[in-house]
Design a protein. Sequence first.
Length: 102
Amino acid sequence: MIRFIEVLNATTFNPRLERTAIPRFTLGEVWINEKYVISIKEAKGYQNLLEEGLLPPHLDANHQFSIVTTHNGEISESHTVVGAPDAVAAKLSHDRKQLLKG
């Protein structure tokens, strides 16, 4: 399993005043099993959120975001993680096999 920093949507919605909700995002940690990843794509809207200052302030303006979709039999989940799609893919596909010396 590989550790990523995930962007979590912590916006609270009031059913009567949904249009007045202020978006709020936090960062968290997610461990993703590379065996269950089915797709990685760019999270386009998150760059705009970063430029508007809606994401946590300790993120750099050059950060990129990806959506990693996993499927483990019956459940599909999508995680928005910090990192460009190619960097995330490289981290997930890193060959972890090691030749044993004996």
